[in-house]
Design a protein around this ligand. Structure first.
Ligand SMILES: [Zn+2]
Length: 167
């Protein structure tokens, strides 16, 4: 996958629809859409960009039961959150820049790869406390473990994952 630099970020954040299509690519392997309830591939399209399962009748869309859908954050903003995180901008600044409330942007980051980052605020504001230090390490570990990977793509993929308890 091509890295998302400023130029391509400009392109995919131009419209909400482009941003949506960017994330959609991470939702379905090779574009094969399946029922997110019973896993059947026998589905058909209905109105409003939704699908219905022929087997169990479940109605869903591309982002149903996925992290990205848990918060009411526009897709364009998600892209910015990821980019700013990739550039190691602190959580409170991400919230200022995206005009999301601080709790919302923390919640947004409460996802694999992001979660430890959210806790970093304690370090920024209160110094590294004994109990928060492991969380700080977690983020460092995450960045280190994925140092050869594209963090942007990885996080985009992560937020398109299914929320486990809903499966
Ligand atoms: Zn089904």
């Amino acid at each position: 996958m091509v890295p998302v630099d400023i130029e391509s970020l400009e392109f995919i954040t131009k419209t909400e629809n482009r941003a949506r299509l960017f994330f959609k690519k991470f939702c379905w392997k090779k574009g094969h859409i399946f029922c997110t309830r019973c896993r059947s591939y026998k589905i058909y399209r209905i109105t409003g960009r939704r699908y219905r399962c022929k087997r169990c009748g479940y109605t869903f869309h591309d982002f149903t039961n996925r992290w990205i859908n848990k918060l009411k954050i526009p897709y364009k903003k998600w892209l910015w959150i990821i980019k700013l995180f990739e550039l190691e901008v602190p959580a409170y600044k991400i919230s200022q820049q995206t005009k999301l409330s601080y709790p919302t942007s923390l919640k947004a980051m409460d996802i694999k790869g992001f979660w430890s980052y959210a806790k970093q605020r304690f370090i920024k504001f209160h110094g590294v406390s004994k109990e928060k230090f492991p969380l700080y390490l977690k983020e460092m570990e995450f960045r280190y473990n994925h140092r050869n990977q594209d963090l942007f793509i990885l996080l985009a993929k992560n937020i398109c994952d299914f929320v486990p308890e809903l499966l």
